[in-house]
Design a protein around this ligand. Structure first.
Ligand code: ACM
Ligand code: ZN
Length: 634
């Protein structure tokens, strides 16, 4: 019955019948025309590649191992798959774009680069859908953004080469082109540096298995040879293999070496480059000490040897800057360089490291804090504390990659917390990830032209196993992939969800652990369906203002009938900045004397991001709005 109704509607609207056939490709291609015919692949179908030798070898190898074996090219082939590079492609500006034309006789991909051919091949593989039939289509496709990335934190819990290669396989199928590896952080140094073997003999190991136990236990390191040493690191050979494997799938691996902060494992190995020389490790390196730069540059030299990526990520986030204020060397540096505060001291380090990377032909990318104290001239900003950092960078003519916590932090809960393994915080279901637009038209083209991409980030403080990491990544990375590739105007949740289910099923059949979207519980019901109560719509007065970062529904928040959802960042929770012993008085005017049988309010506590319960809650009532009687204290 439903199908008949829809067909009738199509006739009424005058839609051409050919459009009834759609393609099931993720990310959704930019332009698709489908006809009625098919091309059938048989054992005699040939694969003809006309591309520069390196690309041709990669593409053939990929098709052979990841799709199927084709017959050698010959006159007798009844059907053929053809991949060929061309000088230019009308209507396709991006070097990663392609045109795919399928007729009953041949499936032809044209592109100006090997990457374009690879993406056309990916589309073709999805069209064949593990079968022998490819629908007759004409597709002209290119990505919305040049940077489509995923970040994996292998410091907090080490993940080995095989895990990374497995994720690269999945990313390649979704046309992701950047893998950012968070290689260093307090919880462990994860890349072999031949000049400094102590980094991986010592700072890559800890007595506790999980990050939580490790921090609770005092955040100490272990010797690799200790009986209880947990951790690990990528050897340079491992890292090179990852780089090569990714390059064969047109993915660039971007290494991140954190500085000046998140560096306890570095300063525990070399206490002399922290301000205090504390052997337990300090979060920040000493910016006044020349030896700091010597060690960082020697490390970066080896990192650049291994990773040919233009971008080198230097972290730059969440520096404490505390020890710098009391350090003679840092003071001396500030005086000599005319730096007026510790923000400028941080900026001095970032500028100097940028110059070093630029002198080697590389570019610096860092978290949005690298703007504090003045952004280095050629730096790219990765915006994580919301979108403001990225937008500000873009406004000043710097490239920005958008990765805001509220949409792109895949360590957040993907379903109702009670149904999920413990996560760091936040509620980020697939639909919310998908709703993100990194470069909305409202910003104007002066800004959006500098927004070069999107990245999904998996931090792993609360993600101790490989299986768990996969579970957090998938299917949410599928949404990141489609945001990065598909024109905004073509994106819709209704089209995406069934395709995401299909990709997820396919991944599961290939041994991936994927969150079960079909069993999703969804957001807290009380946060989406208003309840009736006596205070509904009544006026609320506050004696202190709520914090503007957590406005929620402003004065209506407490009396609109809606409770907060699973996340403090969902726009429903109202927040107050802690100011000593100051109390927050909230008065609800019920307008007339009213019998009350129940008073309820919700509070949230998530200590990691600094969200706290009030120390007490007092409920008072009044008949005249002046004299209040306390009826309970909780
Ligand atoms: C970050 O989440 N500290 C970049
Ligand atoms: Zn110092």
């Amino acid at each position: 019955m439903k199908i008949l109704t829809l067909a009738a509607l199509a006739v009424l609207l005058g839609m051409p019948a050919a459009n009834a056939r759609t393609v099931d490709v993720t990310p959704l291609p930019a332009q698709v025309t489908v006809a009625d015919g098919n091309m059938i692949i048989t054992s005699a179908t040939s694969l003809v590649i006309d591309a520069p030798a390196e690309d041709a070898a990669r593409l053939r190898d990929y098709a052979d191992t990841e799709w199927r074996r084709f017959a050698p090219a010959g006159k007798k082939s009844p059907t053929a798959i053809e991949l060929k590079t061309v000088k230019r492609l009308d209507g396709v500006d991006s070097p990663e774009g392609y045109r795919l034309t399928v007729t009953p006789r041949a499936a032809t991909v044209e592109a100006t680069t090997g990457a374009g051919l690879f993406y056309g091949l990916q589309t073709l593989i999805q069209l064949a859908d593990s079968g022998d039939t490819i629908p007759e289509v004409a597709i002209t496709d290119s990505p919305r953004f040049g940077y489509r990335g995923m970040m994996l934190d292998i410091s907090r819990h080490y993940r080995d080469k095989d895990f990374i290669l497995k994720q690269i396989d999945a990313l390649a199928r979704l046309k992701i082109n950047r893998l950012h590896l968070h290689l260093t952080d307090a919880a462990g140094w994860r890349i072999e540096i031949k000049r400094y073997p102590r980094l991986t003999e010592y700072a890559a190991w800890r007595p506790e298995l999980t990050w939580k136990e490790w921090t609770d236990g005092g955040a100490r390191y272990a010797e690799a040879s200790d009986f209880n040493a947990h951790g690990g690191f990528l050897t340079q050979d491992d890292a090179r293999e990852i780089v090569r494997y990714a390059a064969d799938r047109y993915i660039t691996v971007i290494p991140e070496i954190e500085m000046p902060s998140h560096s306890e494992e570095l300063t525990a190995t070399f206490p002399e480059i922290s301000c205090t020389h504390n052997p337990k490790g300090e979060p920040d390196v000493c910016v006044g000490n020349e030896q700091t730069f010597e060690i960082l540059q020697n490390i970066l030299d080896e990192v650049m040897e291994i990773f040919p990526s233009e971008y080198i990520h230097i972290g730059g986030d969440e520096a404490s800057k505390k020890a710098w204020k009391e350090c003679d060397l840092c003071s001396k540096r500030m005086t000599e360089e005319g730096l007026k505060d510790v923000d400028q001291l941080q900026s001095y380090l970032i500028h100097r490291i940028e110059q070093y990377l630029n002198s080697k032909g590389r570019s610096l990318i860092g978290w949005d804090e690298i703007m504090e104290g003045g952004l280095a001239p050629n730096a790219t900003v990765m915006s994580w504390r919301g979108t403001e950092g990225g937008i500000k960078a873009a406004r000043s003519g710097h490239q920005a990659v958008m990765s805001p916590g509220g949409y792109c932090y895949l360590d957040s809960y993907q379903d109702a917390p009670a149904t999920q393994p413990v996560a760091i915080s936040g509620y980020l279901p697939l639909e919310r990830v998908y709703s993100y637009d990194p470069a909305p038209d409202s910003l104007g083209t002066d800004v959006t032209r500098w927004i070069t991409g999107i990245q999904g980030n998996l931090w792993t403080e609360y993600v101790p196993t490989a299986q768990h990491a996969e579970y957090m990544l998938w299917p949410r990375m599928i949404a990141i992939a489609e945001i990065g590739w598909t024109p905004q105007a073509l994106r819709s949740w209704d089209s995406f969800r069934p395709r995401a289910l299909k990709v997820a099923d396919n991944m599961r059949s290939h041994g991936y652990t994927v969150f079960d979207l079909r069993g999703e519980a969804g957001n807290r019901r009380q946060s989406t369906r208003p309840a009736e109560h006596l205070a509904r719509g009544k006026k609320v007065t506050y004696n202190v203002p709520w914090w503007s970062n957590y406005n929620a529904a402003r004065e209506a928040t407490l009396t609109d009938g809606l409770r907060g959802g699973w996340s403090y960042g969902d726009g429903r929770w109202q927040g107050f900045l802690h100011r000593g012993d100051q109390r927050v008085d909230v008065t609800i005017d019920l307008e007339k004397v009213t019998d009350i049988t129940y008073v309820g309010a919700d509070f949230m506590q998530i200590t990691g991001p600094g969200v706290w319960f009030p120390s007490k809650v007092e409920i008072s009532v009044s008949d005249d709005g002046k004299n209040f009687t306390t009826i309970t204290t909780i």
